[in-house]
Design a protein around this ligand. Sequence first.
Ligand code: NAG
Ligand code: NAG
Ligand code: NAG
Ligand code: NAG
Ligand code: NAG
Ligand code: NAG
Ligand code: NAG
Length: 439
Amino acid sequence: MPLGPRMAPPPPLAGVVVVAAAAAVLLLLPNAAVSRTLLSLDDFGAVGDGVANDTQALVDAWSAACATGDRTFLHVPAVRTYLIWPVTLAGPCREEIKLFVSGTIVAPESPDDWPHGGRGEWLHFHGVTDLAVTGGGVIDGRGHRWWARACKTKHSATQNCTAQAAPKALHFENCQGISVKGITLQNSQQSHLTFTRCSHVKANYLRITSPEDSPDTTGVHVVSSRNVHIMDDLIATGHDCVSIVGNSTDVRLRAISCGPGHGISIGGLGENRSYHRVEKIKMDTLFISNTENGVRVKTIQGGCGTARKVKFGDILMKNVKNPIVIDQQHSSSNEFPCTSKNGSSVTVGEISYMDITGTSASERAVTFACSDAAPCSRLSLENVNITMAGGRNASAYCHQAFGRSIGVVVPDSCLAKEDFLRLPVATAAGHRSAGEDDR
Ligand SMILES: *[C@@H]1O[C@H](CO)[C@@H](O)[C@H](O)[C@H]1NC(C)=O
Ligand SMILES: *[C@@H]1O[C@H](CO)[C@@H](O)[C@H](O)[C@H]1NC(C)=O
Ligand SMILES: *[C@@H]1O[C@H](CO)[C@@H](O)[C@H](O)[C@H]1NC(C)=O
Ligand SMILES: *[C@@H]1O[C@H](CO)[C@@H](O)[C@H](O)[C@H]1NC(C)=O
Ligand SMILES: *[C@@H]1O[C@H](CO)[C@@H](O)[C@H](O)[C@H]1NC(C)=O
Ligand SMILES: *[C@@H]1O[C@H](CO)[C@@H](O)[C@H](O)[C@H]1NC(C)=O
Ligand SMILES: *[C@@H]1O[C@H](CO)[C@@H](O)[C@H](O)[C@H]1NC(C)=O
């Protein structure tokens, strides 16, 4: 459904209104000279009663939006509920698109209603550049029946369970310039919001919620992406609040309320003998409560790659079972390590923990369980004070963990001094370099 070229007045199409510069006031666009096209999902035949299949309407609306040479605003109207089957909305599109989700988008409830051999995703955006998803509405995966048949769920042993992965709810793949802002994502079948091989991403002002016992319902999952900002979000799910894997760099987290769930995780890295490289990660102003982990770096033996230049700062933990964790001792069922040379593993280094306070739900507040094959290097603890919830002293555990502590560190640091003969000298500059995208 391509629209007319820019110079000619567009033909009178149902649901298409070209608005002049005056609309800039409404929509905060800096460049008032660019005209814009406003579309509504309802004009493409959507019913919005939560029962009718509105998938084709969304596909048609997307095609129309994608084909205009204008900035396009596609509205999913408020109050109504649109039932959408698994769909891939592909780019590239001719101009920037804003998808205004003001109403509710829901998935089919029963896994049996999903097409067989589906690719494990629900709302899948592929190869799109310059897309903003916003509008104050709700994207609801209605995942309860998926969770019930997940093999991880308690009680499922007695029932039939399926090892087939549940779908990712909102998945952006090979995308650039994506902003997901000011909406609610809830009850996803699996991870709520996933970015795979994307760059220049923002995930801000989001409310992401699922029950505490829902399996694999990660909040934001970052896979091989760069320049990702995740800020001002509330995340309370059954799995990681945020997880970062693959070849990811320049990821920034700020002002996140996390919990319940499994906390913030870099990894697991190196699954199935794969190569993962996660670096230049900076997180601050995190409020983590009632979670399994606080901030964790986890690697899997047999994989290779590295996790380095990570800064965790200004974190308040409440009742977190494992507040600070590096876990390199997770073995996998890999037959062979990913390189033929000797037990290669994912190396962990240049990780700093600064201004972290609060309470641990378990006695061991700090765990640096590094591998013999590749000890953790250049770890740094500065102004860390974590006590047990009841006020008792917590403890720290180190295995093959090297680094330094500065200022108050409670429980006492157990890091071994760097072996400067073997490793390059850690410099102050080196520790700062993780914050290149500091704002
Ligand atoms: C819903 O509509 C889409 C697009 O037309 C179609 O592919 C899908 O099979 C439909 N689902 C059902 C259950 O009818
Ligand atoms: C398990 O699956 C079998 C075969 O599909 C079916 O006959 C049985 O009723 C199922 N049991 C439960 C508890 O769902
Ligand atoms: C990371 O990059 C390396 C080298 O480019 C590649 O071999 C590897 O498959 C990538 N890993 C992932 C998880 O994409
Ligand atoms: C690793 O391999 C197993 C078995 O083939 C598969 O189920 C799993 O999804 C793989 N994991 C990743 C991250 O590719
Ligand atoms: C393999 O590992 C062993 C024990 O860690 C070590 O002695 C040996 O030098 C390693 N070989 C290579 C080629 O790295
Ligand atoms: C650590 O925190 C506890 C609880 O807030 C506090 O009582 C204690 O004085 C702090 N310790 C240091 C050394 O600051
Ligand atoms: C708790 O730690 C403080 C400071 O490290 C120490 O003075 C105190 O004796 C410890 N208390 C117990 C019960 O171990």
